[in-house]
Design a protein around this ligand. Structure first.
Ligand code: ATP
Ligand code: CA
Ligand code: CA
Length: 183
């Protein structure tokens, strides 16, 4: 499957009112603890791939993401499967994979037509919106639909962020360490 996704910063309070007015349905609230791994044979930071174990409210899911396929969104190939988190982690570590970082967040999930809308609260990083369509083809049409939908929420193409939460968390950690050194 292809993950067609656009991420932006967003005030949740304001967006929620608009979503409810449009008839979007709240599916649920999830608590994510995401551990990203890196490979011994190539650097996923450089290849723009991702390997993740997500612990979500008692379940564990493993995800592989391929590199981004365009320059405006976060569209990429994605494979996902439910797993035993502890054992899978041990297998990866035994094979030489290693932890690249951990991201914790709370995600409110809404559904509107063929779109999944996630309102993410990522601790000190703040509040974000992600709008996603999962499809096998027609990436350009779906990307256009996502941007049309975001425009209704007052979010423009120029607001789209292509930086991952992991990259933001890692950058945040570096700047905190710098502050500590200065202080
Ligand atoms: P999802 O949309 O699947 O719920 P998410 O919204 O929690 O995921 P994103 O920021 O959209 O998180 O995606 C995770 C990102 O982490 C990927 O885009 C990937 O490129 C990035 N990433 C994974 N491993 C590494 C690494 N080793 N170095 C740098 N970036 C990485
Ligand atoms: Ca995402
Ligand atoms: Ca996604």
């Amino acid at each position: 499957m292809i993950e067609i996704e656009v991420k932006a910063r967003a005030e949740h309070q304001q967006v929620k009112e608009l979503l409810t007015g449009m008839g979007a349905v709240l599916i649920g609230v999830q608590h994510h603890c995401d551990t990203y791994f890196n490979a011994p044979h190539r650097d996923f930071g450089e290849t723009d791939e991702a390997l993740r174990i997500r612990s979500v409210d008692g379940r564990s899911v493993m995800t592989y993401k391929g590199k981004k396929l365009d320059t405006v969104s976060k569209t990429r190939e994605e494979f996902e499967t439910e797993i035993d988190g502890g054992n899978t982690r041990s297998i990866l570590l035994a094979l030489g994979f290693y932890e690249a970082g951990v991201v914790k967040k709370t995600r409110e999930v809404f559904r509107y037509e063929n779109m999944t809308i996630c309102l993410d609260n990522v601790g000190s990083l703040g509040e974000f919106i992600e709008v996603e369509i999962t499809a096998e083809s027609d990436v350009e049409i779906h990307t256009k639909d996502i941007f049309l939908f975001l425009a209704k929420l007052g979010i423009g193409e120029e607001d789209s962020i292509r930086t991952s939460y992991l990259e933001m968390v890692l950058l945040n950690n570096i700047s905190e360490q710098c502050e500590e050194k200065k202080g």
